[in-house]
Design a protein around this ligand. Sequence first.
Ligand code: SAH
Length: 376
Amino acid sequence: MTKNTDLKNLTLPALEQFLQGQGKERFRALQVFKWIYQQDAHSFEEMTNISKALRKELDETAFISNLEPETIEEGSDGTRKYLFSLGDGNAVESVLIPIEGRNTLCISSQVGCAMACEFCLTGTFKLTRNLTTAEIVNQIMAVKRDLIRNPPAIQSGGGQLLESDDDDSDDGSPESPAAIRNIVLMGMGEPLHNLDSVIPAIQIMIDGNGLQLSNRRVTVSTCGLVPEMGRLGREIPNVNLAVSLNATTDELRNRIMPVNRSYPLKALLKACKEFPLPGRRKVTFEYVMLGGVNDSLDDAKRLLKLISDIPNKVNLIPFNEHEGCDFKAPSRAAIDAFHKYLIDRHVTVITRDSRGGDISAACGQLKGKLDKQKAV
Ligand code: SAH
């Protein structure tokens, strides 16, 4: 028999099924799952509370994959960018954003992206392939290891940049600098275009026996795949939703985000309204500000109108310029006026300072190329 099952592709119930299929007791799955996610076991040999015979048997049918970063770059603001080589010539990036002792990790869900948003660098690389569940959770596990080896210095500023600001359990105190507090699926790829891998990965993240993250602290960001928003809400009803809105008219959105031609604003906003958000939680609307394109007060006005009947908060992201893309960053005055218009009308707004800009780790700058492949 070949070792063909990567156990990191399996949620706990799927692992139970896998082991039951081999005639093993159900509780074995929990033991193995804890070894993988709580002890970071890389091999069955390490699983000392499991009999040698079973370990040997597992070793013949399954394996535990792992990722180690190829490179880690640290920006002047403490942001860390990890490049992971996937072993098949492809690579993806994850970005750690440490603020005031709280760590947010931005992870990738695909190699490249099929959505072809005009302003996004990742989109220019087209979709190469989906990440597996294992590759998604392995980004988190690798960064956790790095944080233990090398905890970030406590940085100030930025406040609750990417956090759920209405988290009841939040007492405002910093956590261990080695802990990951928030996971955002805002790296390379469109997570809702890879739900078959993303859903089990989130289940592993929020499993109390797995990575033990609170579902309040996992955010899935989408460009607006409406049917998949429905599926996500049905299968993981408590996760945070972020929607990259970026335009306030179908005319402009059709132009800069081709997904809008299939799911126009009306359908997208209806899906946001119907998304099962518990309690006081809000949909995050991301809005990339493109200088002279969507950054006027009329845009701010239209934005407010579009989202006013959905519990909302707004993340303004000044466009990060990159080579080969003609859009320009908005002026400081345009950002401030847009921000103020919304704040004055009681919208929760955060303007994202461009963290990680000096290491190309900012929004829309991830390309996941290995150095040796750079010369394309
Ligand atoms: N595909 C998902 C997840 C990616 S999130 C989504 O679209 O939501 C990445 C965020 O960065 C999105 O909000 C996107 O609109 C934004 N973005 C892309 N390119 C950018 C750029 N060059 N400057 C600033 N933000 C950008």
